[in-house]
Design a protein around this ligand. Structure first.
Ligand code: IPM
Ligand code: MG
Length: 360
């Protein structure tokens, strides 16, 4: 049966990078037998402009009825002054939560061709292949109570709540152990158990789960040390499992190990493997509309979609191979450009991936 993919370009560079990923999907449909239908919808600032809501009701209903969602990015300065519930980011957080996408997979892989583009020495990062399993629908991002209140003395106070129930920890823990099982079988659980009770519970639950996965080696690391180790010796890691905000921060850090945040895809999965796929970078309003953004993270997100939600692992391999081929050809967008390579724009990069797919 034909699969349904909902495409949500969003804001800033979102529409440009998603257009290139859609070319890739179209090529797979035409030449490689992918049986999928695409529908388009609005989210973020684009959703707010059209309907007054960052997550229009239609978009949510379509997303719930789709097998997979491809998203660009949300946000921009035009929306910064809006009330928090109307901001583009809230649209993204609400779709993650309403779709039950608790498990966010963020691979950080260094393509050998980009070793020179990393801010770290090639020997520190060459061969890097690590994977974050970020909890995505709980923790500090969603915890109640939250807000800004005025104290009796008239001073204002902002507050958020970092909260995790046992079942939420167990759910992300099992996903992480199962993911590690299919890789190098090493799982590092990131916490701040020396200070925060919630992550003391996190550590206890992760430790308890380990007996169900005797083939996976579990270790624990405080989040501050994890940040340091990521830039000191990142290859020591295989899979890292983190609370929502720790994962947000550490995955940006890991992105730079790979040369550019413009290279990193992500998959956000529910219990049944249905998912939303997006690059981990933001909407980059400063470069929007200039044909300079790197579409590869979005194209690699399509590869993750093929693997995790569309049951097409062979096509996922083809897309990844096509990205490798354009890098081999020396094509680079501005973010990964080095002197001996050829600088190309967003569209030319997307076209080159499609040509590589056609040739494959
Ligand atoms: C990410 C982004 C989002 C997050 C923002 C845009 C809400 O930074 O996906 O990492 O914080 O989760
Ligand atoms: Mg982030």
């Amino acid at each position: 049966m034909s699969k349904k993919i909902l495409v949500l370009p969003g804001d800033g560079i979102g529409p440009e990078i998603v257009a290139e990923a859609v070319k890739v999907l179209d090529c797979l449909r035409q030449d490689h037998g992918l049986d999928a239908e695409l529908a388009h919808g609005l989210i973020g600032g684009a959703g707010y402009d059209a309907t007054g809501k960052p997550l229009p009701e239609d978009t949510l209903q379509e997303a719930l009825a789709s097998d997979a969602v491809l998203l660009g990015a949300v946000g921009g300065p035009a929306y910064d002054a809006l009330d928090r519930p109307l901001r583009p980011e809230r649209g993204l957080l609400t779709i993650r939560s309403e779709m039950g996408l608790f498990g966010n997979l963020r691979p950080a892989i260094l393509y050998p061709q980009l070793a020179e583009a990393s801010a770290l020495k090639p020997e520190v990062v060459s061969g890097l292949d690590i994977l974050f399993v970020r909890e995505l629908t709980g923790g500090l991002y969603f915890g109640e109570p939250r807000g800004i209140r005025t104290l009796e003395n008239g001073e204002r106070q902002g507050y958020n709540t970092l909260v995790y129930s046992e079942s939420e920890i167990e759910r992300i823990g099992r996903l992480a152990f199962e993911t590690a099982r299919r890789r190098d079988k090493r799982l590092c659980s990131v916490d701040k158990a020396n200070v925060l009770e919630v992550t003391e519970l996190w550590r206890e639950i992760m430790t308890g789960l380990a007996s169900d996965y005797p083939d996976v080696e579990l270790s624990h690391m405080y989040v501050d040390n994890a940040a340091m180790q990521l830039v000191r010796a990142p290859k020591q890691f295989d899979v890292l499992v983190t609370e929502n905000m720790f994962g947000d921060i550490l995955s940006d850090c890991a992105a730079m190990l790979t040369g550019s945040i413009g290279m990193l895809p992500s998959a956000s999965l529910d219990r049944n493997g249905k998912g939303l796929y997006e690059p981990i970078h933001g909407s980059a309003p400063d470069i929007a509309g200039k044909d300079v953004a790197n579409p590869l993270a979005t194209i690699l997100s399509v590869a993750m979609m093929l693997r995790h939600s569309l049951d097409e692992p062979a096509l996922a391999e083809r897309v990844q191979a096509a990205v490798g081929a354009v890098l081999d050809q020396g094509l680079r967008t501005a973010d990964i450009h080095t002197p001996d390579t050829r600088r190309v724009g967003t569209v030319e990069m997307g076209d080159a991936v499609v040509s590589a797919l056609r040739g494959a």
